[in-house]
Design a binder for this molecule. Structure first.
Ligand code: SF4
Length: 353
């Protein structure tokens, strides 16, 4: 029953237009130092937290910024928290219908519980070194909401924090040095805090670093996902795909389906910097559909590549190896890609006269 109710709740959440959903279990008498307020203080007997994310449009109008200063993207245009609250109320009704007699309570942006902590625990994303929630499949721009439920539900596995690896882009980019150590933000230096929450004078030594921000700051959030590229997605293995896209509708595409699409996108983008990742996928990916589409993408990039470009060697070597692939469809893709390349100036880099 808990499994089918959990599945139904998550399907309904995605149907309502949420971008991702996950469920965290609340153990009885659990200590909640990390997640701040104890949810049992808010809803007695709470056993699960349904966490949702809603993406918003990251449109930035440079002319608007020039006239009115820089404003955090979530605060530009439509009130996304209002949209979120409306959808949360709909999902709450659905949960009460699925679990007759259950008590529920939804939250969004009230500060009563640490939203990103619960979202991380529910597998929606992971907390990055800038202390914000990261989820590459959602992009950078989303708001979070929660529904507390006093019933047992199947919990989703949390993502691993190691996704950040050695990356320190967010720390390096912070204009005021507010990220004093990984996962540690000094709010007194943070532009978001200073421009939204702080009363009174802004410390003189920080004013120049604030630049033109007049409400919030997006710098660390913008930089935090810079490292996630289509090429990096190509390196995802099966378990990595499941973890990364937990709670996302993208998971429906399956690993092979998504990576196939990534190959097409990279081929159409035509950037020579994609060649190493595609060459690896063309030869090593476990799925023949991905290997075949990687060959196609290499052919597309190669056809636009300068005949003297050194990358041509790596590209040609991958296609030659793919000609010996055990799967006939991969050999055919490699043959067609090689043919396109020959017509576009040869498989090997042209030697200088
Ligand atoms: S919001 Fe801006 S000031 Fe605050 S930690 Fe991020 S980059 Fe630094």
């Amino acid at each position: 029953m808990t499994a089918s109710a959990s599945r139904a709740i998550k399907a309904r959440a995605l149907g309502l237009g949420f971008s991702a959903v996950g469920i965290a279990r609340v153990e009885p008498l659990e200590a909640h130092a990390r997640y701040e307020a104890d949810p049992a203080q808010i809803l007695p007997g709470v056993r699960a937290v349904v966490c949702v994310a809603l993406c918003y449009e990251p449109e930035v109008d440079p002319e608007h910024a020039r006239r009115l200063g820089r404003v955090a993207r979530y605060a530009v245009g439509e009130d996304y928290h209002r949209v979120l609250r409306h959808k949360l109320a709909g999902l709450e009704l659905e949960i009460e219908r699925l679990l007759p007699g259950a008590s529920t309570l939804w939250y969004a942006d009230t500060g009563a519980i640490l939203e990103r902590g619960w979202a991380e625990r529910a597998g929606v994303g992971w907390i990055g070194k800038h202390s914000g929630l990261l989820a590459p499949h959602l992009g950078s721009w989303f708001v979070l909401g929660e529904i507390l439920v006093d019933r047992e539900l199947d919990a989703d596995p949390p993502l691993e924090r190691e996704h950040c690896g050695t990356c320190t882009r967010c720390l390096d980019a912070c204009p005021t040095g507010a990220i004093v150590a990984p996962y540690q933000v000094d709010a007194r230096r943070c532009i978001s805090y200073l421009t939204i929450e702080h009363d009174g004078a802004i410390p003189r030594e920080l004013r120049r670093s604030i630049g033109e921000w007049v409400f919030g700051c997006d710098v660390c959030q913008e930089r935090a996902l810079d490292g996630w590229t289509l090429e990096r997605l190509l390196a995802l293995d099966g378990p990595g795909f499941i973890v990364l896209f937990a709670g996302s509708p993208i998971r429906r595409a399956g690993r092979a389906g998504l990576l196939r699409n990534v190959c097409v996108a990279l081929g159409n983008r035509g950037d020579r910097r994609s060649i190493p990742a595609l060459a690896r996928a063309a030869v090593e990916d476990p799925d023949p559909v991905v290997r075949g589409h990687a060959c196609w993408a290499l052919g597309e990039i190669g056809a636009r590549l300068d005949p003297r470009a050194p990358e041509r060697m790596e590209l040609a070597a991958a296609l030659e190896r793919a000609l010996g692939d055990p799967a006939a469809e991969v050999r055919e893709e490699a043959r067609l890609a090689g043919g396109d390349l020959e017509r576009a100036g040869g498989l090997r880099p042209a030697t200088s006269p």
